[in-house]
Ligand binder design. Structure first.
Ligand SMILES: C[S@@+](CC[C@H](N)C(=O)[O-])C[C@H]1O[C@@H](n2cnc3c(N)ncnc32)[C@H](O)[C@@H]1O
Length: 274
């Protein structure tokens, strides 16, 4: 990473109230806010940490965005998974360099970007063309064009199946309304010992996914991540009054492999005779 801020890159401007603005630097550009504007020329060529003042006296500190900054501020269509859940998902799914992942839906690409950052190789199925295109743009913009070589997004419905030619995969990671519809397809492309992680806003979705994770799955767990920030100022040290009380539930399970069954898995899936 070069030290000077350049035309074409995104910069995070932090004001004195810690409000954050993501700005794409361009020749002749201006960043406008309630406090007048800052000409991009004042930022281009500056090192990170530079302070600039708007036409009406507001001070901003310029920094390159971290992945956490970018996923919160980036252009989005679908709701993104927030940083508090992104890192635990990568831990639960044991994402690392060269790990092959089937992901669906892709949405705005926040989870894709995080898994790519950890080194994964992803095939994603996303119903909406516009979301798929946005996810690719976001990945290219933040991680660079090289990352796109490890990221293929198809405009497809994952409830209808997963193309065997796209697999096999080490991991299946799901963030869509009915993950239980994808689980039978995951069983056709996941390697023995592979992991499935499903993110669901509602616990009834998690329960329905868990009901589908029988027979060939082991070690299923569902959890939520509670993230409480603290106010620390001199002698005033206490939890912040406000917190994000709920985002979603994380369900993880391990695949035993085709033709294997858990010893205690006596029950069969309704109507499917598995
Ligand atoms: C909440 S968003 C995913 C957000 C994404 N995880 C992120 O962090 O940016 C859910 C996505 O699933 C997609 N989706 C819903 N049903 C689908 C299906 N059957 N097959 C593929 N994608 C689907 C939606 O179009 C939407 O983009």
């Amino acid at each position: 990473v070069s030290t000077a801020l350049r035309v074409g890159e995104r910069v995070l401007l932090l004001d004195q109230k810690r409000r954050r603005y993501l700005v794409a630097l361009r020749e002749g550009g201006e960043f406008h806010s309630h406090a007048g504007f800052v000409a991009h020329e004042l930022l281009i060529g500056q090192p990170e940490g530079a302070m600039v003042t708007s036409t009406r006296g507001a001070e901003y500190t310029a920094l390159r965005p971290t992945l956490e900054d970018f996923v919160v501020e980036m252009p989005r269509g679908a709701q993104v998974i927030y940083p508090k859940d992104l890192a635990p998902i990568c831990m639960l799914a044991d994402i690392g360099p060269g790990v092959t992942v089937f992901e669906s839906g892709v949405g705005s690409g926040a989870l894709s970007m995080t898994m790519l950052r950890y080194g994964a190789d992803i095939v994603g199925y996303e119903l909406r063309d516009d979301f798929a295109a946005r996810a690719r743009n976001n990945v290219g913009e933040f991680l660079g064009q090289d990352a796109l070589a490890r990221y293929r997004v198809e405009s497809r419905d994952s409830y209808a199946g997963i193309d065997p030619g796209d697999g096999p995969f080490d991991r299946v990671v799901l963030d869509l309304p009915e993950p239980w519809q994808v689980i039978p397809h995951a069983e056709t492309v996941l390697r023995a010992g592979g992991l499935l992680v499903a993110y669901t806003p509602s616990i009834t979705q998690a329960a329905q996914a868990r009901a589908e994770l029988r027979g060939r799955w082991i070690d299923a767990r569902t959890l939520e991540v509670l993230h409480r920030t603290w106010h620390i100022e001199g002698q005033s040290v206490r939890p912040d009054h406000r917190m994000v009380a709920h985002t979603g539930f994380l369900t993880v399970a391990r695949f035993l492999g085709q033709g294997r069954r858990r010893p205690d898995a006596a029950e069969s899936r309704q109507g499917r005779g598995v």
